[in-house]
Design a binder for this molecule. Structure first.
Ligand SMILES: [Mg+2]
Length: 469
């Protein structure tokens, strides 16, 4: 019995020793593992640090010249596959020597760091920014839709030099000259692109510094002009410089005004107006078209409000909208915003959709039009008869009226084809219960003929030019 207890004790001691050994062994293993892990972490960290040192400029942490050149070659290869343009921008500070001479080299270094930070901030994450050495920087701009986007990006870069830099409690101003070369328009290889971007930068210096220049200035002139126009248009909208002129739509049977088409006008400085088609095209290529749409809707609702206060309740307003405006939910949302404020205005608004740029027939666009149509807003196909999708519009969208293009109306007395086309469109309108409006009516003879063809509505200089109300 006693020996049984001793045996048990011995067994217990052996087990405890075994457990201790086990614990010692596992601790040793853990320590070993930890050391290996730390070592591998350290080597990974060192590796990352070495890669960073090899790829980045030690002062500014931007890419250095060698990695930037590699990235440029890779991006060019990508661009050859995708067909997308890229731009190489070379920047050289204009008066950096002055900073070094007057504030000292440490201040010069601080300035380069601050410029680097602003450059990173002003570009998109997909763009590459490098310091090539001294006061020379390079940027590779990718993923742009059109040439005016390059201009916009370069303007953003130039803008970072507008504000002085704070160095050691001192305000230091510095400007830059920038040269831009675009692949594949200006060069076929990476080295050619670098050379041409450099040449463009020297052109900018020769232009008087604090300037940018495209390698092929002539080629990019249009983009520069468009960008300038976009800036001016943006300012014109913000400063309420745009106007709406209204052209009446007449009931041909009674001669009464039933509606007004609101037409956008932008006065210039010489008592005239800027070319509407030109600035609308620029607006459509940018997001300004939505801002304009917002402004036009607001003005139209203000006008409806004025009439309603004057007791005039039977007048309608037509507003022009382009296909681009229906490509996102934004336009529908903004129309809903105005209409929700005064729901009965919805019944008095028509949106004219021009056929010049076709509206894609997709379920999303159909839903957007349906949402607005359910609010009471009417839709009209503008410039009917000259585009490509008129008939399909009528099937796909909730249309209420069609406006026969003025090029047909103005020829109905001259050419049988135009008369036949006009007659057929009026019959089409009757068959589909759509109102038909003849555009560009300038003579009594044409108005009388349209009336005899049972065209219900007309618009044109015979009645009135677009005028302020
Ligand atoms: Mg129109």
């Amino acid at each position: 019995m006693l020996s049984g207890v001793d045996d048990y004790k011995t067994d217990l001691e052996a087990m405890e020793k075994g457990a201790d050994d086990y614990l010692i062994k596992s601790e040793l293993t853990a320590q070993l593992l930890e050391r290996t892990f730390r070592y591998s972490l350290k080597s990974k960290y060192l590796e990352a640090k070495l890669v960073k040192l090899a790829h980045h400029d030690s002062l500014t942490s931007l890419y250095n010249r060698s990695i930037f050149n590699e990235l440029l070659i890779k991006t060019i290869q990508q661009s050859q596959r995708t067909g997308q343009k890229i731009a190489l921008v070379t920047l050289d500070l204009d008066n950096f020597k002055f900073v070094n001479d007057n504030y000292g080299h440490p201040a010069g270094d601080q300035l380069l760091i601050k410029i680097s930070q602003r450059l990173k901030h002003s570009t998109r994450s997909s763009d590459f920014v490098a310091r090539l050495g001294g006061d020379e920087f390079s940027l590779l701009l990718k993923d742009v839709k059109n040439d005016s986007d390059f201009v916009k990006s370069v303007e953003n870069i130039m803008d970072i030099f507008q504000e002085p830099f704070q160095i050691d409690n001192k305000s230091v101003s510095v400007t830059t000259s920038a040269g831009i070369a675009v692949f594949p328009t200006d060069a076929q290889t990476a080295s050619e692109l670098i050379d041409n971007s450099d040449r463009a930068m020297y052109q900018a210096k020769a232009l008087g510094r604090n300037n940018y220049s495209f390698y092929n200035q002539k080629l990019h002139q249009e983009a520069i002009v468009k960008h300038q126009l976009e800036l001016e248009l943006n300012a014109a909208i913000d400063n309420n410089k745009l106007l709406l002129h209204y052209q009446p739509i007449i009931d041909l049977k009674t001669g009464n005004i039933t509606s007004y088409e609101a037409l956008l006008r932008w006065p210039d400085n010489k008592n005239g107006f800027r070319n509407t088609e030109e600035f609308i095209e620029v607006a459509e290529e940018s997001s300004l078209i939505l801002k304009i749409g917002d402004w036009v809707f607001k003005q139209a609702c203000l006008q409806l409000n004025i009439w309603s206060e004057q007791g005039i309740t039977d007048r309608h307003i037509s507003i022009n909208a382009s296909a681009n405006q229906f490509n996102s939910d934004d336009f529908t949302e903004l129309v809903k915003k105005y209409v929700n404020e005064t729901p009965d205005f919805a019944q008095k608004l028509t949106i004219e959709i021009t056929e010049r740029k076709p509206l894609e027939i997709t379920s999303n666009i159909q839903i957007r039009l349906k949402v607005l149509s359910d609010l009471g807003i009417k839709f009209s196909v503008d410039d009917f008869g000259i585009g490509h999708s008129s008939i399909s519009y009528l099937r796909a969208f909730p249309m209420d009226s069609i406006k026969i293009d003025k090029s047909i109306i103005q020829n109905i007395l001259k050419f049988n084809e135009d008369l036949a086309l006009c007659t057929a469109i009026i019959a089409l309108g009757q068959a589909l219960s759509l109102d038909v409006i003849a555009e560009g009516v300038e003579t009594e003879e044409i108005a009388n003929l349209l009336n005899s063809l049972d065209c219900p509505y007309a618009q044109g200089y015979l009645y009135s030019k677009p005028m302020p109300l």
